[in-house]
Design a binder for this molecule. Structure first.
Ligand SMILES: NC(=O)c1ccc[n+]([C@@H]2O[C@H](COP(=O)([O-])OP(=O)(O)OC[C@H]3O[C@@H](n4cnc5c(N)ncnc54)[C@H](OP(=O)(O)O)[C@@H]3O)[C@@H](O)[C@H]2O)c1
Length: 289
């Protein structure tokens, strides 16, 4: 298997590069090395490398940035995703594409399964939903993995925000009525590789199991790390000027479960293991423990 990772300099992209480093046939291209909005550049890279799998981690995942520049968000999240999927199709490669729990409207009274009706409430969610559609159309050999609230060894996330706030002695305000399924980046990589090895295609929910609020998640981080963090619960609707987010987006892994392929852990177990492994790096700087 020859794997090409697009967006290799991002949070998930770096996790893939870390975890797959022992494989000979893995190439990562960062934004500077290949801009996915430039279809010719994407095609050139894919034709040159002749991968069997293209993992697309390149995106604009910031809800605020997507709202601020809708054209650019559409260019990256939709047209860029299409370029990658189409280039993979041209060399008969599988494309792995990442989507989000934000394709749902967050009003369901139970965790969403893959076949539930979508209804994004912000432009980020809309672009990611459109990305799913264009990827499926451009390449039938596509794996679309919906992930949520990812944390890992690289880049900023809720875990690093809690550590920073605790160390600076500043408050961190988090919604206690917005619930989701936090997800370990390293578990995403493991689950993705299993699905690739089994030749899976289609849409899968790949998150930590269970659900929690952003506030409770941050409290868990502080408790496990033994940090005295000033965490302030608020209602999402009371955060002034905030771009709307869906309120309740836990994801159920119906496709993984029915196919007997679910290797994702309960969110709190995965968080505990991650924090134990990365405690030193998180508290004392550096990316590796
Ligand atoms: N993080 C989460 O909590 C979360 C939740 C749900 C879904 N997801 C999805 O997971 C995937 C990975 O997200 P992430 O958290 O790893 O995001 P990230 O850390 O922001 O990484 C995205 C990467 O894409 C690169 N990029 C942006 N525009 C590009 C372009 N035109 N061409 C090539 N590369 C480009 C960025 O490079 P520059 O920074 O240099 O521009 C960055 O390295 C995305 O599809 C996202 O929608 C993430």
């Amino acid at each position: 298997m020859t794997i090409l990772v697009m967006g290799a300099g991002g949070r998930l992209g770096m996790e893939f590069m870390d975890r797959l480093a022992s494989l000979d046939d893995v190439t990562g291209l960062t934004h500077v090395q290949c801009d996915i909005t430039d279809s010719l550049s994407v095609e050139r890279a894919v034709l040159e490398l002749q991968p069997t799998v293209v993992v697309n981690c390149a995106a604009q995942p910031s809800v605020d940035a997507c709202e601020q520049d809708r054209d650019q968000a559409y260019r990256i999240n939709v047209l860029g995703a299409r370029n990658v999927a189409h280039a993979a199709y041209k060399v008969a490669a599988k494309v792995v594409h990442f989507s989000t729990d934000y394709v749902f409207d967050g009003t369901a009274a139970r965790p969403y399964v893959e076949r539930d009706a979508v209804g994004p409430v912000n432009w980020y969610g809309r672009t990611k939903l459109m990305s799913e559609e264009v990827v499926r159309q451009a390449n039938p050999d596509s794996l679309i993995l919906r992930v949520a609230n990812v944390y890992g060894a690289h880049g900023d996330n809720t875990v690093t925000a809690v550590v920073r706030a605790a160390q600076a002695g500043t408050q961190l305000v988090l919604p206690d009525d917005q619930v989701m399924s936090p997800t370990s980046a390293s578990e995403i990589v493991q689950q993705t590789m299993l699905l690739i090895q089994r030749g899976a295609v289609g849409t899968y929910h790949v998150t930590g199991k269970g659900q929690t609020s952003h506030y409770e998640f941050a409290r868990s981080v502080a408790a496990i790390l033994g940090l005295d963090a000033q965490l302030v619960p608020v209602h999402a609707a009371d955060i002034l000027g905030r771009v709307p987010r869906p309120l309740s987006t836990p994801l159920a892994h119906e496709h993984l479960r029915l196919e007997g392929q679910d290797m994702m852990s309960e969110w709190d177990q995965a968080l505990y293991e991650f924090l134990v492994d990365h405690k030193h790096a998180l508290l004392h700087g550096g990316e590796e423990a």
